[in-house]
Design a protein around this ligand. Structure first.
Ligand code: GLY
Length: 564
């Protein structure tokens, strides 16, 4: 009798725990959230033509490259997390930029051995070999169902016919006004008569439309060999760069196994190296796992998370880099035992100064650059993608006749091991510059799931990406939907500088005082950060939800039912 009752209980528990987790389950709708409604519309157009999530991801990526050039582009790179509901596909397509062959570890140091920040962030020498176009072609050919020419058509139309500049485009361009005027070929496209355009002005990018058409017709080779490649090399070298035709011809995307971990019944699927995102998020989750977050006050929770962030970001600086070049002790860093060891120094009544671990270098400003989109198709295929040209409008340089605004991703390497980059992140030997190496990234396209719910989540925001995604996914785990994740007030600790930075007006004076009493320095920034895009699939109700960050109203989030 006892035995029968127990098996009945187990059966009922199984029903409660796994009510809708059948691999055949499909949402019968699709959802997209991206940073620009025209990019979201590009994805809708592809779904309407029968494309799947991976097709739509190519179309959204290419459209973002046109309408949000501050954040990503054909001259940049990114990580595309592709995941099917039944796990038949779970891969990170790594379209990260690589250092050109002539790159070397001291290339940005001046005669005194200091990092020349202008050289590292502006013009031809700042650019890595782009990975975005190779990734679009790879995803379309391997995982898509529609021709590349169809997937790129919305972006080609937006580039050829133009799109209206919005508040965000104009605001971010104004922040790079001086450098965007340095090169006539850049200014001609983005700075008519040397001025930042007004909201509503139509931005046409005719050369970019032609480059996209060539890519659509010739695939990978259309960008990485032939006439476009020659123009990219000639232009980059004329602007102080070191690219060669071989550098472009040698570029290839990599497929990586995502970083996965379990946290309190949820599965995290996130970005693998050369991103630091997945490992750092997993380490933080491992560190905080034994604590009942719901029982902590807001101050206690902020303190605990900041202490976990501090420790994980320290490991990021010490150990993480491109695993094709350096041995990253991933198994150790991801192990629960390692987290348990690290937890022994973590106190709930006192902050641990980062200076006990290393010297404190300069503080540097941070940006809202990079972009992210999340989407799910009607069969439950998911894409979480974070794309970048690094700082706003990348290197601010367009090789003549290409329309390709180059990234300044080389600044994500440690230009001088131990010195901070533009995000104030210190880096050590693992991330030193080497030919053909991929620079360490914070981009963290992520999927989190339980048998009941799935979240597709990510955001731009430099070194703060990791902590934003962490806060968002904890909110998902707390039971909230995407509108809540993307709207949450944000705080961040990255080991060095040793401070908790918070968004304006996001904490009371009493909360700040309480954190200071624990030994923290709390710095209230004058601007918010991030631009999060989330999609959720509730497996119990089979409903989708999508939300974009209220901080940037130009985002587009849609859920569209599909009926046969
Ligand atoms: N360039 C920003 C990142 O890759 O994290």
């Amino acid at each position: 009798m006892m035995k029968r009752s127990l098996s009945l209980v187990c059966f009922v528990m199984a029903l409660v725990a796994y009510p809708g987790a059948h691999a055949q389950q499909q949402p019968n709708a699709y959802a997209i959230s991206s940073a620009h409604e025209l990019a979201t519309q590009a994805g809708v157009t592809i779904f309407e033509q029968g494309g799947n999530a991976y097709d739509a991801a190519v179309a959204v990526s290419a459209a973002l490259a046109v309408v949000e050039p501050a954040s990503s582009g054909i001259g940049g790179g990114g990580f595309w997390m592709l995941q099917s509901h039944d796990d038949a596909l779970s891969v990170m397509v790594d379209g990260r930029e690589v250092a050109p062959a002539a790159a070397h570890r001291d290339m940005y140091l001046d005669d005194e051995g200091n990092v020349d920040r202008d050289l590292a962030t502006n013009g031809g020498l700042a650019a890595g070999i782009p990975g975005a176009p190779a990734a679009w072609v790879h995803i379309a050919e391997k995982y898509g169902t529609l021709p590349l020419s169809v997937l790129l058509q919305p972006a080609i139309d937006l580039a050829a016919n133009g799109f209206p500049a919005d508040e965000k485009y104009v605001t971010l361009l104004a922040m790079r006004e001086e450098v965007m005027n340095r090169w006539p070929e850049t200014a001609e496209i983005f700075m008519p008569e040397g001025n930042v355009p007004s909201v509503g002005d139509i931005i046409v990018q005719a050369d970019l439309a032609n480059t996209l058409r060539t890519l659509a017709e010739r695939g990978h080779d259309g960008f990485y060999t032939g006439e476009i490649a020659q123009r990219l090399v000639d232009g980059t070298r004329a602007a102080g760069g070191i690219w060669t035709m071989e550098d472009l011809a040698n570029y290839s995307v990599k497929e990586r196994d995502p970083i996965t971990t379990e946290y309190r019944g949820y599965e995290l699927i996130s970005a693998a190296p050369p991103s630091s995102g997945g490992i750092t998020i997993a380490q933080i989750l491992n560190l905080i796992e034994p604590y009942e977050l719901s029982e902590l006050t807001r101050v206690e929770r902020t303190h605990l998370l900041a202490e976990a962030m501090r420790r994980a970001y320290r490991d990021r600086a010490l150990y993480l880099g491109d695993t094709d070049f350096v041995d990253v002790p991933m198994d150790v860093l991801l192990s629960k035992a390692y987290a348990a060891g690290m937890r022994t120094s973590l106190r709930l009544d006192q902050a641990t100064p980062s200076s006990m671990l290393a010297n404190d270098p300069d503080v540097r400003p941070e940006g809202n650059n990079t972009t992210h989109f999340s989407l799910i198709d009607d069969e439950g295929n998911m894409v979480s993608a974070t794309l970048t040209v690094n700082l706003l409008y990348g290197a601010a340089y367009v090789p003549p006749g290409t329309g390709v605004l180059l990234n300044n991703e080389m600044d994500d390497f440690s230009a001088k091991p131990g010195a901070p980059n533009a995000f104030g992140l210190v880096g050590f030997e693992a991330n030193a510059i080497e030919p053909y190496k991929r620079m360490l990234s914070s981009m963290s396209p992520t999927i989190v799931r339980s048998p009941q719910r799935v979240a597709v989540i990510g955001t731009p925001g430099g070194s703060r990406i990791i902590t934003m995604v962490l806060l968002g996914l904890l909110d998902f785990i707390d039971g909230n939907g995407p509108q809540s994740w993307v709207s949450l007030p944000r705080f961040h600790h990255q080991y060095l500088p040793d401070e908790i930075s918070i968004e304006p007006d996001s904490m009371s004076a009493a909360e700040i005082e309480a954190l200071e009493a624990l030994g923290h320095t709390v710095t209230e920034r004058d601007r918010t950060w991030g631009n999060m895009h989330g999609v959720m699939w509730d497996l119990m109700s089979n409903e989708l939800e999508a939300a974009h960050d209220p901080r940037w109203p130009s985002g587009g989030a849609v859920v569209v039912p599909v009926t046969d």
